[in-house]
Design a protein around this ligand. Structure first.
Ligand SMILES: Cc1cc2nc3c(=O)[nH]c(=O)nc-3n(C[C@H](O)[C@H](O)[C@H](O)COP(=O)(O)OP(=O)(O)OC[C@H]3O[C@@H](n4cnc5c(N)ncnc54)[C@H](O)[C@@H]3O)c2cc1C
Length: 487
């Protein structure tokens, strides 16, 4: 009987897989190349400010959702304070018109009708469909009746599989059309995905955990350690040992061999499949996904620490630029700004953190080697451009900026190893929204995968659920009944 399990990656998927494997009696060791848990679910400190990369909302943050017991099993929600955002985001039009995407469907309906009374038909249907989505939950261990329950949503699934920009083509009022796209388009993902988010928020089930990303990652790490798991930091895996078509351990960067009965990779999908195991085990189906599916783009992630409360700046706002500008090889005509002032733990009293996610072109960054003079100059240039634009729009922050930090696609690769700097794995598009990628390979025994690269759409729920599923598969192969516990 297999007993020892080695997990590659201490992101949310690796930690969650570790917890479930411990609950089911395995000896588990996680190898994480960074010096802290969480992977992309992370933050860093600069001059008293905490610059948080990840969590804006946690789907399943409230009891009554199917995900909540999963977060309880992982020890992530107990004793935590969640803030339920009143709105998803705000978009501002060049003409000054402002569109708030309220979480409450009644308020959202009024807001849309105020801007575009002539689009009543589209608006009524959109709102009514969000209400329908509020009744749908993410099936965790889908049984027959769970599948029956989602049948009514299949029509919505098909109708809203289109990108937001295509759906917006049905809006007649030009200002609402523009604002709808600016507020809701997310790298051309299916409108269904964004509507699901609004529906979760409307149910008060996509809260923001006060304290941000690191405390939730540390909570799962603590749960894993309390279950008796072991985690090795600064331990980078370079290869998976395969003997007789069976994964039997890993080789670390320094050459150390770590034998194990089972190997689970919760790290980057591309490295796992195309660098760490012999390619002969990768099926044509999987090759096709890596050829045809679209990953989330890499980002330039700008964080700014400012002296002042800035209660007037929404927690998320899409602002139009007076003129499009080239930022790191990409033409940018809008910036999405996040104001983290709602979380007082992230900044010293009276101060606030603002951040911006700017889509980047990986090919552009590949030509600028990491940590060179050219790299520093590029970051300086971006910093100045972003500050000028922000100060144009919000003059009150002029002269108040105390510290600025810029993470580039190189930073994402260095600290998380994600393929081409992608920040969330695969986009959820018409082609991928109902897909899950294989978590085991037909010719390779004792090998499993979890994390955002097997769960299109990415996110913390996808990471945790794919980890749970991987351990279910392991238990099935080992003839064990899968069990869970709560702390
Ligand atoms: C800007 C941003 C905002 C986001 N907002 C949200 C949000 O509000 N809500 C939400 O649900 N999700 C959000 N996400 C997405 C979410 O953070 C990710 O989808 C999720 O954390 C992915 O977890 P993972 O464990 O699958 O992968 P990762 O976090 O990438 O973890 C993989 C781990 O493997 C380690 N690793 C890689 N290679 C090796 C190696 N060779 N040896 C050892 N270890 C290795 C890495 O260091 C990393 O720790 C956001 C992400 C970003 C970047």
């Amino acid at each position: 009987m297999s007993q020892s399990l080695v997990i590659i990656g201490g992101g949310i998927a690796g930690l969650a897989a570790g917890c479930y494997a411990k609950m089911n009696g395995f000896d588990v060791e996680i190898h994480e190349m960074h010096n802290l848990p969480g992977g992309l679910c992370t933050a860093w400190k600069r001059q008293g400010y905490t610059f948080d990369l990840c969590v804006d909302w946690l789907c399943g943050s409230s009891a009554g959702t199917s995900l909540y017991p999963v977060w309880e099993e992982l020890g992530m929600v107990q004793g935590r304070t969640f803030q339920d955002p009143e709105y998803y985001t705000v978009a501002i039009h060049r003409n000054g018109e402002r569109f708030t995407v309220w979480a409450d469907p009644d308020r959202l309906r009024e807001e849309m009708l105020r801007i575009a009374p002539e689009d009543r038909k589209f608006i009524e249907r959109f709102i009514s469909d969000i209400r329908k989505l509020m009744r749908i939950d993410m099936p965790v261990d889908p049984g027959f009746w769970d599948l029956i329950k989602i049948i009514p949503s299949l029509g919505l699934f098909r109708h809203y599989a289109v990108p937001v920009s295509e759906l917006a083509g049905k809006i007649r009022n030009p200002a609402l059309r523009d604002l709808f796209i600016s507020a809701l388009d997310w790298h051309d993902q299916s409108a269904f995905f964004v509507m699901m988010m609004i529906a979760f928020m409307a149910r008060k089930a996509a809260g923001y955990p006060v304290g941000g990303s690191v405390p939730i990652a540390k909570a799962i790490e603590a749960r894993f350690l309390s279950l008796g798991g072991a985690i090795r930091y600064r331990s980078k895996v370079r290869e998976i040992i395969v003997e007789d078509d069976r994964a039997s351990g890993v080789v670390l960067e320094d050459g150390t061999r770590v034998p194990a009965d089972i190997v689970l990779s919760a790290a980057d999908g591309f490295s796992t499949l195309f660098s760490w195991i012999p390619e002969k085990y990768v099926t044509d189906e999987i090759r096709g996904y890596y050829r045809d599916l679209k990953p989330f783009p890499p980002l330039v992630f700008v964080s700014v620490g400012v002296a002042g409360g800035y209660a007037g700046i929404p927690r998320s706002v899409s602002i139009p630029l007076r003129e499009p500008v080239m930022i790191a090889g990409m033409q940018v005509s809008r910036l999405t700004l996040m104001n983290h002032a709602h979380d007082p733990t992230l900044a010293p009293p009276g101060k606030a953190v603002l951040s911006l996610m700017i889509e980047a072109d990986y090919a552009y960054w590949e030509k600028i080697p990491y940590q060179t003079e050219a790299y520093r100059e590029e970051k300086d240039r971006i910093g100045k451009q972003v500050l000028n634009t922000l100060q144009d729009f919000y003059p009150e922050i002029r002269d108040k900026v105390e510290v600025m930090d810029i993470a580039t696609p190189h930073t994402f690769v260095r600290y998380t190893g994600n393929w081409r700097g992608s920040y969330e794995g695969w986009l959820s598009t018409r082609d991928s929204m109902n897909l899950t990628l294989p978590q085991a390979l037909p010719g390779l025994r004792s090998f499993y995968m979890a994390g955002q690269w097997v769960a299109p759409g990415g996110g913390l729920p996808g990471a945790a659920l794919s980890a749970r599923k991987a351990v279910q598969l392991i238990c099935k192969a080992e003839g064990r009944r899968f069990v869970t516990t709560k702390p």
